[in-house]
Design a binder for this molecule. Sequence first.
Ligand SMILES: Nc1ncnc2c1ncn2[C@@H]1O[C@H](COP(=O)(O)OP(=O)(O)OP(=O)(O)O)[C@@H](O)[C@H]1O
Length: 972
Amino acid sequence: MLQQVNGHNPGSDGQAREYLREDLQEFLGGEVLLYKLDDLTRVNPVTLETVLRCLQARYMADTFYTNAGCTLVALNPFKPVPQLYSPELMREYHAAPQPQKLKPHVFTVGEQTYRNVKSLIEPVNQSIVVSGESGAGKTWTSRCLMKFYAVVATSPASWESHKIAERIEQRILNSNPVMEAFGNACTLRNNNSSRFGKFIQLQLNRAQQMTGAAVQTYLLEKTRVACQASSERNFHIFYQICKGASEDERLQWHLPEGAAFSWLPNPERSLEEDCFEVTREAMLHLGIDTPTQNNIFKVLAGLLHLGNIQFAASEDEAQPCQPMDDAKYSVRTAASLLGLPEDVLLEMVQIRTIRAGRQQQVFRKPCARAECDTRRDCLAKLIYARLFDWLVSVINSSICADTDSWTTFIGLLDVYGFESFPDNSLEQLCINYANEKLQQHFVAHYLRAQQEEYAVEGLEWSFINYQDNQPCLDLIEGSPISICSLINEECRLNRPSSAAQLQTRIETALAGSPCLGHNKLSREPSFIVVHYAGPVRYHTAGLVEKNKDPIPPELTRLLQQSQDPLLMGLFPTNPKEKTQEEPPGQSRAPVLTVVSKFKASLEQLLQVLHSTTPHYIRCIKPNSQGQAQTFLQEEVLSQLEACGLVETIHISAAGFPIRPSGPWLILLLFLICGVSFGSLCLQRGTGHLRWSEPSEWCPHSEEATLEPLIQDILHTLPVLTQAAAITGDSAEAMPAPMHCGRTKVFMTDSMLELLECGRARVLEQCARCIQGGWRRHRHREQERQWRAVMLIQAAIRSWLTRKHIQRLHAAATVIKRAWQKWRIRMACLAAKELDGVEEKHFSQAPCSLSTSPLQTRLLEAIIRLWPLGLVLANTAMGVGSFQRKLVVWACLQLPRGSPSSYTVQTAQDQAGVTSIRALPQGSIKFHCRKSPLRYADICPEPSPYSITGFNQILLERHRLIHVTSSAFTGLG
Ligand SMILES: Nc1ncnc2c1ncn2[C@@H]1O[C@H](COP(=O)(O)OP(=O)(O)OP(=O)(O)O)[C@@H](O)[C@H]1O
């Protein structure tokens, strides 16, 4: 046995009951804090009582959302909880890595669907089915979801596109108050009850931004325009115009303050939905300008006056019934507001036109008082239904995106809740039929399909009983005989319908159905249908007429004569348009009854739902009085029973209710076991893995490949489990079950959690590995770049140095030239400094000497004796100036070229040589202390001389003679 419900083998009934009682006591009396249980699958045992107690505990702790496996249970708080729906919270759920780990919320469902669309795993389109009884909070929930998508599915790309997206979202949100004003009404169960069903398709583009929306409506309860149950009200819009119109508008629309209208019951009740300004504002945003709005409200005022036309019974059948005295004003006003001639309007209501015979001769038959009332009501219903449809089309044209601008959608289905009144008719039958269909979708999609799949896949599964409503659906819509088919047949038979006859037909033809009942004590003809949400008794009186919904053709023709611009648009005089109002015999098309039209639209809706991944939100009404903090167990219990929540939890808890968010499992298998991506694909909604090419399916080969793969994972599990236990990731250290079917892998939520942990670890390792590799690569790259930078720097430096040296050379040349000039000048100056007398003689001597070979020889002889010569030259006595010079010249071996290349200075007043100077020998060299390379830290070799040349002082009196160069350090 693979699964056991609540952990027990179904043994004997008594024993099982005993176990259950013990479990129940243990659970309820135990330490478990019920309000902390976010998921009802953790309730143990799963019974109505435990589920109820858990929901109650959470409700009293102001926790309104609870997971129940695949379903979200939403309890109506009946009080404002603004912090629960703030944009910040929406963003928090949107940004959360795993929104499922946050507290259960309608935003979790919203985010999950949004991520599913993003993941692009088939089926990409999503739908959210919001169900529950009237007043449970379906419309509120849908509104919340729309606001959520308006916040999260916006375009952050550019300011302009953001503005466009904002405008679209605003329009989509503005459609709510308009549709609620025209389609909602205050009923006994809900002050703002939707009197129509709607499917809102939120259209997303490739970037998953909301680009538009489309609204599909179902079965507006148009009878409410002319007939309201006691303590109920007409559609909100009538009260809005009566309460919110300005003085001018009141005059125009003939709505004086405090005026009584028979179709406006309970006007004294003030609701927050009566806000006329909100509706007008929203209409304006949707592109309905003020003149058109005024036209609409004028027509609605006309309908209110039409309702005040009461007829007096005619004593003569041949004479038409006349309106009562006080109704004449109403006839006049209604006619003027509807743009119709007063007499024609009255005549059309009073007199029926009959066509008979082959020539289609026209006969006029005055109607009885009741029929006059019916025709009047029919006129009002016809106008209101057309107006509502027109409004929906205007809304759609305002919010709908071009077909090529959106690729995916999220559908929100908000249909009227299950209804059961003391007096139920065709409207309730249709509403409850729709609810049965949706329940069937849930049962088929989730409860039955999942269990059947386990069987097909070869898993051992102990089937859980659930309430399958298929027999009920068979009773209502089945083929060949069902309630719908019988009612339709009555319509086609074109005979006076009898309520008793219809009851008998239904009872006889459908006697075998387990869902058909009959209250023998009831005197009124009726039948009982045992719906999944409980038995409902439907009265057969008027059922066939309502199903026919006959619209006398003369009424349509009347409205085609209207001079009112709005009615002219609603009732065009288009001969091509063939409606069901055409007299029988002129059209061969089968008569479209209300039931057949509704059935067709439901089928269409179900087709859409089947093509999407469904998500379910069950709204629960904690009490029928609409009071906060009041949890009435009995009322909630009946709702839990009705929606089969306990069965859902059973299957979710015991089964494999994985709802993965993306291709994580494939990735995990790929990482852990090396499976290629192509070989597996994930089937969303069920959370099952299957092979990607079912056409090439070969069970044996597949099993052969899949089985070891799964075994590998199962072997990895203990490791994962231990790691999870160490890190405290998962509370349960026991390996969770995972099973391999023929073509799919099945696993539970805890298993999913475990695998998620393993995947996170593997991904972390991979990330580290990638990071290491990347760092190494980056380091190498940086080194390469560093070297290149050095090279470039060196090249630039050497270029700069070359440039600098060239500049220095140029400068040196300039300096050299200047120096040479200066030296010559200095030499001249130096020469002038010397003793002038001897100079004159002496200056010629070298020239003569230089030319005389004798002198040359003499000099060569003396040259070796220069030290002695110097001494002689230095003696003050006995040696003349010229001789002294000669001796010095000879001793020092001074060059013989230019006579100005040396000077011998003598003192005038003193004997002897004062100084001997020579002009610089050789070239001037500049040495710098620092390298001209800009950044190089290189010092030149220290040089003993900074500058050579200039004056060589060979002999200086009063000092020692240095035959070395004087240092001119300052010139460096
Ligand atoms: N989450 C919520 N927070 C606060 N109030 C809520 C919430 N949900 C519902 N309500 C209250 O309950 C009322 C009924 O809710 P709503 O109109 O959504 O019910 P419904 O299921 O759509 O009913 P119907 O089928 O008749 O249209 C709302 O007008 C609102 O006052």
